[in-house]
Write a protein that binds this ligand. Structure first.
Ligand code: NAD
Length: 245
């Protein structure tokens, strides 16, 4: 792949990038998330039906974050962000905090974050380390039964779609890593990039939308992402020129 160093890069990550850190994916669980149906723990209807269960599920996920570490793929993306001379955006569908713990800063959590809660009454978004229960009062407005995970559930609109859309339209390279292509709108991002951009999928198994990419590389994220970093950094040392000598 030959990429001018002035090109902007957009990377999309999914649950597969965190799999080797020990966090299960959806598809790996046969469509279940840690043995739960997604409708039960990742939808507004599920929260209304059984708020206790949903709070417990996200308490467990939040606690699990303390037992896992960023892997070589997260670290390679943080290094790429620091080294790349052009614009860079890392969009993750993941609600874990492994990208930021690896050092990524130009990061958009389009599906929210486990480490935050939101008050449905006053709208405040708060960093949160411990557990929540339905009766936990909002520290800002004091109301009970109003806190929920700051996570985008099925049927809800993801965050920052405007700024992601603008970045996709002008990028020279779009890479999707460890995402199955079942969840929209992220699965449709490859269709939004310019026809002149290079599009690359890195995945253990080809995604549902793999045919929309120029290139598919199959394997583990911890091997493919550091290899991609090496390839792109080699291009910085030997820049690609639009016209030859
Ligand atoms: P998914 O579970 O639907 O698909 C995972 C993809 O990762 C698959 O294509 C699989 O082949 C690939 N994969 C598995 N192990 C891999 C590895 N070691 N290296 C490279 N690829 C690997 O995940 P999705 O497409 O991200 O959609 C699931 C939704 O679930 C997301 O919206 C996300 O918010 C949520 N989720 C998040 C987490 C997390 O934050 N870690 C975990 C589970 C689910």
């Amino acid at each position: 792949m030959q990429l001018p160093t002035s090109s902007s890069i957009v990377i999309l990550t999914g649950a597969g990038i965190s799999a080797e850190s020990g966090l299960s994916t959806f598809r790996g669980g046969g469509g279940l998330w840690e043995n739960h149906r997604v409708e039960d723990v990742a939808s507004p209807e599920g929260f209304i039906t059984d708020p206790q269960l949903v709070h417990r599920f996200y308490n467990q996920r939040r606690a699990q974050l303390r037992t896992v570490q960023p892997n070589l793929a997260h670290l390679a993306l943080a290094e790429l962000e620091k080294a790349w001379p052009g614009d860079f955006m890392l969009v993750t569908q993941n609600v874990d905090d492994l990208h930021e713990r690896a050092g990524s800063q130009k990061l958009v959590h389009m599906h929210g974050e486990l480490a935050k809660v939101r008050c449905m009454l006053c709208g405040e978004v708060l960093p949160w380390e411990g557990d929540t229960q339905p009766g936990t009062p909002c520290p800002t407005c004091g109301k009970k039964k109003s806190l929920r995970p700051h996570v985008v559930w099925f049927g809800e609109v993801p965050f920052a779609l405007d700024c992601i859309g603008r970045a996709l339209e002008k990028c020279g390279l779009f890479v999707a890593i460890g995402t199955s292509g079942h969840v929209y709108p992220a699965a449709g991002f490859v269709e939004l990039v310019s026809p002149f951009a290079y599009t690359l999928e890195l995945n253990l198994e080809a995604s549902q939308v793999a045919s929309g990419f120029f290139e598919l590389r199959s394997g583990k994220a911890t091997e493919l992402v550091p290899a991609l970093l090496k390839e792109l950094l080699a291009g910085i040392q030997a820049p690609v020129h639009a016209t030859g000598p």
